[in-house]
Design a protein around this ligand. Structure first.
Ligand SMILES: NC(=O)c1ccc[n+]([C@@H]2O[C@H](COP(=O)([O-])OP(=O)(O)OC[C@H]3O[C@@H](n4cnc5c(N)ncnc54)[C@H](OP(=O)(O)O)[C@@H]3O)[C@@H](O)[C@H]2O)c1
Length: 392
């Protein structure tokens, strides 16, 4: 493997989509927390918006501006060649994202995004993982609430359990929050693409080497009352369990036989039933293009919960891990999951890839595999809580 990443590139980090809702929060986080001397730039399709953003940022004079458009592959290649790490918020990723992954894989730039779209992640694995391994680029998807608390939380839980034995971990997500136009658009797009998503998953399975001598899986659990957390547990069909299983496949610390199940935890049964019905209705409506357009128009790109709403939002992911005769209860928790904490997780992931001593990895890797302990430490210092609640 040759690592083409070099300090000869003008920027350590380029943030693409910096003028969007999460992009702006991420730029503000970087402006407030980047160490002195970090060379970083904001990038996007509108130079005017980028200049306005830069003027608002503390220390903005030091921040570069790059124009690039997802519809202009040459501009994305140039962007990738100017950066050691490219962080992009330009989604839905299945619509706008692939050319940038290709450009990063080809030029050896590390790439990270906020994609919670399994179809996109499977497609980039099949098309760009091999090239990224050749150039040394790390392609890290899902560096926001999807899937950092779950991926690093499962990793943290596993590390509290004995080594070399079969391990079982269940994750239970609770949150009180609202979402942005960008997230809503990505979710609707995803609900309308169930068939391509399943096809991309099959294609990935054909290309991915089989795990030999170990097992790691994330089967869908059944709805149940989970005594261990005192709530109704509903299987949550997000990308998170797939990401956790990929970390477990890559890292021997997860043991010879690892199983993860992912749930939403809801205290009251009527709320659980109502939630399932509402999700079913949304998925059904998303199949009809006019209804989908009508729904998308309710929440415009660039819009999202204001600071006051975000300040009242929170998340908690509780994990129950078992193995080798030991049981452990852990929790990852923080503030507004979708935006404030996502911007923090995303920016800290970019800083970790750019600055930390990390294990030698390349190709498509998860956050636990690429950055594990270093990123967990960063997030703890930044106020996201990782704790062991009880052991037995
Ligand atoms: N994983 C998670 O937990 C999580 C959390 C939050 C968001 N997300 C995802 O992050 C993404 C962004 O969300 P958001 O709320 O920030 O959305 P948003 O406000 O709509 O921002 C989208 C950004 O993409 C840019 N863009 C659109 N088309 C472009 C093109 N052709 N070329 C270059 N840039 C283009 C927009 O530029 P302009 O400013 O010029 O319009 C904007 O900067 C979504 O996919 C969302 O699902 C994930």
């Amino acid at each position: 493997m040759s690592r083409l990443n070099g300090t000869d590139r003008p920027y350590d980090i380029v943030l693409f989509g910096a003028t969007g809702f999460v992009g702006t929060l991420t730029a503000e986080y970087l402006a407030a927390h980047a160490p002195e001397g970090l060379r970083w730039a904001v990038a996007g399709r509108s130079e005017r918006k980028l200049e306005e953003l830069r003027e608002r940022l503390p220390g903005g004079d030091e921040v570069g501006v790059l124009r690039a458009d997802a519809a202009e592959p040459a501009s994305l290649r140039e962007l990738a060649e100017h950066a050691r790490v490219v962080a992009t918020t330009v989604g839905p990723y299945v619509t706008y994202g692939e050319e940038l992954v290709a450009a990063c894989a080809d030029s050896g730039a590390d790439y990270l995004d906020l994609s919670g779209e399994p179809e996109f992640v499977d497609l980039t694995y099949v098309r760009h993982d091999a090239r990224a391994r050749e150039t040394g680029a790390r392609l890290v998807h899902a560096c926001g609430f999807d899937s950092i608390p779950h991926d690093l939380g499962a990793y943290f839980t596993v590390r509290q359990l004995p080594e070399g034995v079969p391990l079982r971990v269940d994750g239970f997500v609770t949150a009180d929050a609202t979402f942005s136009g960008g997230t809503f658009a990505s979710a609707l797009n995803q609900f309308a693409r169930v068939r391509p998503m399943l096809a991309a998953e099959r294609d990935r399975r054909r290309h991915e080497p089989r795990l030999v001598g170990r097992r790691a899986a994330a089967p869908t659990g059944a709805p149940r009352f989970a005594k261990e957390v005192g709530a109704w547990a509903l299987p949550l069909p997000t990308i998170d369990p797939q990401i956790v299983a990929r970390s477990a496949k890559a890292l021997h610390r997860y043991g010879p036989d690892f199983r993860y199940r992912h749930y939403a935890a809801v205290r009251h049964l009527p709320v659980a039933v109502g939630g399932v019905a509402a999700m079913g209705a949304l998925v059904t409506v998303a199949q009809l293009p006019p209804a989908r357009r009508w729904l998308s128009d309710r929440l415009k790109p660039g819009e999202g919960p204001d600071a006051e709403k975000r300040a009242k939002s929170w998340f908690s992911v509780r994990f129950v891990g078992e193995g080798g005769g030991r049981r452990v209860f852990t929790e990852v928790s923080g503030g507004d999951p979708g935006y404030d904490e996502t911007a923090k997780m995303f920016a800290e992931s970019a800083l970790s890839l750019a600055l930390d001593e990390l294990p030698a990895t390349s190709g498509q890797v998860t956050t636990a595999v690429a950055m594990g302990d270093a990123l967990t430490d960063r997030l703890r210092r930044a106020g996201i809580r990782f704790r062991v609640a009880a052991t037995g």
